[in-house]
Write a protein that binds this ligand. Sequence first.
Ligand SMILES: Nc1ccn([C@@H]2O[C@H](COP(=O)(O)OP(=O)(O)OP(=O)(O)O)[C@@H](O)[C@H]2O)c(=O)n1
Ligand SMILES: C[C@](O)(CO)[C@H](O)COP(=O)(O)O
Length: 234
Amino acid sequence: MTHSSVVAVVPAAGVGSRMQADRPKQYLQLGNKTILEHTLLTLNAHPAVSRVVVALSCDDPYFPNLPIADASWLTVVDGGKERADSVLAGLQLLNDDEWALVHDAARPCVSHDDIDTLLEVRNRSDVVGGILATPVRDTMKRESTSTPGAISHTESRDRLWHALTPQLFPAGLLTAALKQGEQKKVVVTDEASAMEAAGYQVALIDSNPANIKITRPADMPLAAFYLQQSQQKG
Ligand SMILES: Nc1ccn([C@@H]2O[C@H](COP(=O)(O)OP(=O)(O)OP(=O)(O)O)[C@@H](O)[C@H]2O)c(=O)n1
Ligand SMILES: C[C@](O)(CO)[C@H](O)COP(=O)(O)O
């Protein structure tokens, strides 16, 4: 079956406050490249990805110094206040019938195997798209509101998943769902939340938990280890 082209859309306009670094976390080095370079190069290297759109902070002083800044396969757009705004800005460069493969800049350890599995959802008629995900492993506690720092209760972890990225949807439907979510003040922290709110069925694709989102300092050595593992695999 032939498919419309797949375009990677990479939100990379965050400030990385939880990382508490001297620069936005996507510009921290892992080995000989920044996190952002690892992510963009991995996406561009996937045979199904036709081009990459990256959303940057409008006053980002770091990107122009990267060797890939002038890559022909890469287009830069200005990101927005929230992650969803940055994704929406990137989607403006896609045709409605193209597949948007939305992936956090902060997830450099994503594998081509997992992207291959996610792309299979294009052949399904029961869902509109899908997301990489991994089942929750720990017991989940809800914090008390009346006694902050204390447990209110244990949440059922039955059928509870961590949503990862990439998340894959037809660009036109995702654009409309994000705009609708904005108008209806839906809390949209990933693309799937907007698609769910719009009433679509979205596939959960069980995937490698090594595809971590680098968020806090302790994530850096873990990401370095996973990247080294994948480089050794070749
Ligand atoms: N306005 C924003 C906010 C976030 N992002 C991107 O969305 C991804 C996931 O967001 P997160 O991990 O929360 O990154 P930050 O918002 O930078 O981190 P923090 O919440 O700690 O500030 C990151 O690649 C980040 O660069 C974005 O493009 N535009
Ligand atoms: C999109 C995401 O990575 C899925 O888990 C997550 O929602 C991003 O959240 P953040 O607060 O913007 O890091």
